[in-house]
Write a protein that binds this ligand. Structure first.
Ligand code: NI
Length: 187
């Protein structure tokens, strides 16, 4: 099932998401929900999606970099679902990449973040996993992790660039964004 994507200006994108309660969750429902998130992401031509972007303030994210593996070889086969992910280590060394976001249509900006992280999470079967990430794979996951803490990549761009995109952001928050996928704006 394809879900509408909440855009910039929506309150849910600014909330800190809550952990999924793994004791009480229906595992089959969770698996289905994760499939819906992937479907929604593919439909919108995205490479990552966090649950708050579909209006659900829980710590769940999905990424699939297969489509850009020609540019970033480390992304070959990099498809993950992460439940309750947490960064447990990050490098001091940083990297700069251009980012975009399905919740912030038509805006791309360079963002500086740690080059490598180690992340601990539960997979779609709630199996605990630890993984070291580098390169663009690391970048994709950090962008989605930000969503779970109520942050957006545009919060992290240089002030001068931020000024340049202010009018565009204002338009998105007014419901004027044009997208090929279904969106929702809820203050
Ligand atoms: Ni995003």
């Amino acid at each position: 099932m394809i879900l509408p994507i909440y855009v910039y200006g929506s309150g849910v994108l600014r909330e800190e998401a809550a952990d999924v309660d793994v004791e009480s969750i229906d595992r089959e429902e969770l698996r289905k929900y994760i499939e819906d998130m992937f479907e929604t992401m593919y439909h919108a031509d995205g490479v990552g999606l966090a649950a708050p972007q579909v209006g659900d303030s829980r710590r769940i994210l999905v990424v699939d970099g297969s489509d850009v593996a020609e540019v970033y070889p480390e992304l070959k086969g990099f498809k993950r679902a992460m439940v309750n992910p947490r960064v447990i280590e990050q490098s001091e060394e940083t990297a700069e990449y251009s980012e975009g976001c399905l919740s912030v249509p038509d805006i791309h900006c360079n963002v500086i973040r740690p080059k490598k992280i180690k992340v601990r999470y539960l997979d779609a079967d709630l199996k605990e996993t630890e993984e070291e990430l580098d390169g663009f794979a690391c970048r994709m996951v950090q962008h989605e992790l930000d969503h779970l803490d109520g942050h957006l990549f545009v919060d992290r761009v240089a002030p001068i660039r931020r000024k340049m995109i202010a009018a565009k952001l204002h338009n998105i928050a007014k419901g004027k964004a044009r997208t090929s996928y279904k969106t929702r704006l809820e203050k």
